[in-house]
Design a protein around this ligand. Structure first.
Ligand SMILES: Cc1cc2nc3c(=O)[nH]c(=O)nc-3n(C[C@H](O)[C@H](O)[C@H](O)COP(=O)(O)O)c2cc1C
Length: 277
């Protein structure tokens, strides 16, 4: 079983998305899968210019940038994989520009003048099944503690799956991700005991991908479980003591202050300045 992840974090292997991919691949590797991460931020992948050379020019279905950037290599690796992973942090309530740029470039592999009906009855055009119809996992990483700001990405990939005839074999959503980079701190791990359980669930999800080709719903519930309990009715957060508590937890992720107001941690990885070359 070959699993290929595309990590669309601009922080690449210094980011939190990488941390969750690492856990997933630890489990998958243990269960015998061959795992590879393509870090999009390290590659030169130009934006689709909508020039339509891939549709009208010769050779057909070849992007104008084919020999000018590194997209071709990723397409070849996708074609050789059994399961694909789209892994993205949330930026302003959606996927990163890196991932969208990458997805747009898949257009050059599709013959848009050849109509097709997708398996679920949607009118679409030809796509290359070796690239676009592979089973895939959606992986989302965000810092906000609400179950809200990431929602557009699973919604996008649900639609993607239906048009592309691509089975979605897992949706791993991790919010409050900033807390995971502080897990080494005993006070943080005792305050948020679910952190360790979520990490174990990511490893289990990896094992299931390697052996079953999908993540079991029960495992997905564990990877996606809430770290910080929230009142069921959002409006309750306006009550002063509840508001104080939820904002304190949220601030703790960035400023290193615990729920009780005590300093618990140093600067979380998400807030660390990254060297820019
Ligand atoms: C430009 C930008 C916009 C962001 N917007 C959101 C957001 O809308 N919701 C959210 O929960 N986190 C948001 N974040 C935080 C990231 O999703 C979060 O830090 C994530 O863990 C980053 O993953 P990475 O470390 O792999 O890059 C944003 C971060 C950046 C840099």
């Amino acid at each position: 079983m070959k699993i290929l992840a595309r990590n669309a974090s601009h922080r690449g292997d210094q980011g939190q998305t990488h941390l969750f991919l690492d856990l997933l691949f630890h489990g998958a590797g243990e269960a015998g899968a061959e795992c590879e991460v393509v870090t999009l931020a390290r590659l030169k992948i130009n934006r689709c210019l909508s020039c339509y050379r891939c549709q009208t020019g010769e050779p057909h279905l070849v992007c104008a940038y084919d020999d000018k950037d590194e997209m071709r290599g990723v397409l070849d690796r996708m074609a050789a994989a059994d399961i694909l992973i789209f892994a993205t942090p949330i930026y302003l309530m959606t996927m990163t520009g890196l991932l969208k740029t990458f997805l747009d470039r898949l257009y050059s592999t599709m013959n848009i003048s050849q109509g097709e009906l997708s398996d679920c009855g949607l009118i679409h055009h030809h796509k290359n099944p070796a690239i676009s119809s592979k089973p895939f996992v959606t992986m989302v990483v965000s810092s906000n503690i609400e179950r809200e700001s990431w929602k557009s990405v699973p919604a996008y990939f649900r639609t993607y799956a239906r048009f592309m005839n691509a089975p979605q074999v897992g949706v791993l959503v991790r919010n409050a991700a900033g807390l995971f980079s502080q897990m080494e701190d005993p006070e943080v791990s005792s305050q948020f005991p679910r952190l360790a359980k979520v990490c174990q669930a990511y490893e289990q999800a990896g094992r299931e991908l390697a052996t079953l080709g999908r993540v079991r719903p029960s495992t997905q519930r564990r990877t996606n479980q809430e770290i910080v309990s929230m009142p069921f009715f959002g409006l309750l957060k306006h009550l002063r003591p509840v508001k104080r508590r939820v904002l304190a937890v949220s601030d703790a992720m960035w400023s290193g202050t615990s729920e009780s107001g005590r300093a618990v941690v140093g600067e979380p990885a998400a807030a660390k300045t990254m060297e820019i070359s």
